[in-house]
Design a binder for this molecule. Sequence first.
Ligand code: MTE
Length: 362
Amino acid sequence: MQPHGKHSDYVVWQTEPYNGEPPAALLRQSLVTPLDLFYTRNHGPVPEVDAATYRLSIDGLVRASRSLSLTDLREGFPRVTQTTTLQCAGNRRTDLLAVAPIPGEVPWQDGAISTATWGGTLLRDVLAEAGVDPAARHVAFMGLDHVERHGHDVGFGGSIPLAAALHLDALLAFEMNGAPLTPLHGFPLRLVVPGYIGARSVKWLASLTLQPEPSTQYFQSHAYKVFPPHIGPQTVDWEQGLMLGELSITAAITTPRDGATVPVGPLRVEGYAMAGGSRTVERVDVSSDGGATWQVARLTTPRQVGVWVFWEADVDVPPGGGEIVARAWDSAANTQPEDIRAIWNFKGYMNNAWARVNVHRL
Ligand code: MTE
């Protein structure tokens, strides 16, 4: 066991702020991730919040601003339990780092993704009670944490389109896997936005603001943007860039790991795949010869919006070894790019290139 009750095999990238991920093979053992394995992404220190005096403020383009206690949220609205996967936009950054350096960012492997059964109140129920003005197009969120950037406390926040908040079952969660949220994962209240980058699932939630435009908060308007491969820190214009929101389709191979030596005979390959928005993972293809020939993997967990799927395939590895490759397809027939260089970006976000693992054969 490590600090914060994390698993002894958890990889801690930073202690202040605390950032860590489990080995992906351990994640692949259960659809709902045990708390000791759930990845952690923080930009500042974990705030201490007193549940008794805690209030969630709802303001902006609403009929009347509100300030809700935890009891108001628990007792004033229908209680919902829902299984949702969170994935950091930086998941699988290590493969981008193999193309070119990405200084100053956490070198996430393929474990910055986890799934919980969240308990809470639907955001749309709380918004319905507040009465949303027809001019509102986005819901902006702020957390209670203090995050310093360029000498200023910018806090942590972001926004999602109002339409997404309504149809994607965004949840104001106070429970994770049947227990109250832990401080590390957002106690006493966090947002959980299915199908969106993890950054939009704001922890230690302080406020909801209904507004006509996306949030101008640092982590929406500056960080978490994707730039073309030829742009770097010296040439970037932060006003440009693609503002991240919905996740793209991706897959990872959790066993075998890169560089493994595998026995002669059929080899069991396992992994996960994840789709974004309201799309589902429809199919995963696996190759043991670097993508020359393919077979369709078995999906071993149900296809559900906002939830990863697990897959497996038995492949023959050519004598001398080979490159095992996986690529997923979603319900809009989107699939993953073959060449990682085409999507390389200097902040290292949204790597969804084919997953590749090289193995030697005995
Ligand atoms: N919310 C606040 N207030 N502060 C943060 O630093 N990190 C975000 C999001 N919510 C963050 C936050 C990011 S980038 C991710 S990927 C998820 O929380 C991670 O959630 P977890 O730590 O519970 O896994």
